[in-house]
Design a binder for this molecule. Structure first.
Ligand code: 13P
Length: 337
């Protein structure tokens, strides 16, 4: 493992003013979002949609890296340029989702474990040869009356650490994503406690697996009340709880923190990131940015609707949300824009 190289890559991904674009929806997730908008659920339409994203003018001004899904790696534009080549021309670092989704955790109803470790070393080597320089693995934690269990947290922390070590051995920066879901009626305080428990376990496992913290990026949820919680806290309180939770459990050496959006509206996700930078930007030890999928893409997908005539307007919406998040990363986002 070349730790200096990994650290340098992580620094490029966390470049000032920029963040990550997650465009790695699995076929099932992408089709689900297409279906809701009446877009045909075929490989060709997924290709057209991803073409729209990678060819968006000015995307590179706000985006340092794009997380791709396996299907996209070999796809090309209408005029035969590979998506990977286009990203490289724009100096957007290509990354890849390497987990293979979640499956029920045996004996623990309601909980899941993420799969994909089999032959991951070989896959990593070939991804590196293709020019991919970072990867993503998402673990999912559910909050319910008696959930999450310690077993679920430990099992997911272990697999995240195994994945991260395999990435680094192959010269790939791991994005470590333990997502505590927003689903449910739990309070902000419960989310804060669970998020801290999960991150403590994840960093303990990363330490045991000798993962270089400088050469990795954490992709966490923001600390939020459940979607059905009657008390929806203010942006100030959410920013304060999120930062104070991370200060307790995320080592200062970590290469960066890049939030997932998790189903927040695009504007709220930008507003909350902005508030964290505005209030705490000078006190936090890690670069803090975004790694959103829905909070960047959703307005563009709704405009596109699978119709070529809407491509330009959809690209403008995509570039706009990316620019809003770039502004939020500097603490300069204008709420409601
Ligand atoms: P959302 O921003 O839509 O939560 O997606 C981020 C992601 O990459 C999930 O793995």
């Amino acid at each position: 493992m070349n730790t200096q190289e990994l650290k340098h890559l992580a620094e490029r991904l966390m470049a000032e003013d920029k963040g990550l674009l997650a465009m790695d929806e699995s076929t099932g997730t992408c089709n689900k979002r297409f279906k809701a908008l009446g877009i045909p659920q075929t490989e060709e339409y997924r290709r057209k949609y991803r073409q729209l994203i990678v060819t968006t003018p000015h995307l590179e001004e706000s985006i340092s890296g794009a997380i791709l899904f396996e299907e996209t790696l070999h796809q090309q534009t209408d005029d035969g340029q590979s998506f990977l080549a286009i990203l490289k021309q724009k100096d957007i670092i290509p990354g890849i989702k390497v987990d293979q989704g979640t499956t029920p955790l045996a004996f623990f109803p309601g909980e899941t474990i993420t799969e994909g470790l089999d032959r991951l070393t070989d896959r990593m080597i070939s991804y590196h040869q293709m020019g991919l320089r970072f990867a993503k693995w998402r673990a999912v934690i559910h909050i319910e009356t008696d959930l999450p269990t310690k077993t679920c947290i430990t099992a997911n922390a272990f697999t995240l650490a195994r994945y991260a070590a395999i990435c680094q051995e192959a010269g790939i920066v791991p994005i470590v994503e333990p997502e505590v879901l927003m689903d449910g009626a739990h309070s902000l305080q419960t989310c804060a406690a669970v998020t801290q428990d999960v991150l403590k376990e994840v960093f303990s496992a990363l330490y045991e697996h000798k993962v270089s913290l400088e050469g990795m990026i954490l992709k966490p949820n923001m600390v939020l009340p459940g979607l059905n919680c009657p008390d929806q806290n203010s942006t100030e309180v959410i920013a304060q709880q999120t930062i104070s939770s991370f200060l307790k459990v995320v080592p200062a050496a970590v290469g960066g923190i890049a939030f997932l959006s998790g189903g927040q509206s695009p504007m709220l996700a930008s507003e909350r990131l902005n508030m964290m930078q505005l209030r705490y930007g000078s006190q936090i030890p890690w670069p803090l940015t975004f790694s959103f999928s829905r909070a960047i893409q959703q307005p563009a997908m709704e405009i596109w609707k699978g119709d070529d005539q809407n491509i330009t307007a959809a690209q403008q919406a995509l570039a706009h949300r990316a620019a809003c998040n770039s502004a939020a990363r500097r603490g300069e986002y204008l709420p409601a824009s």
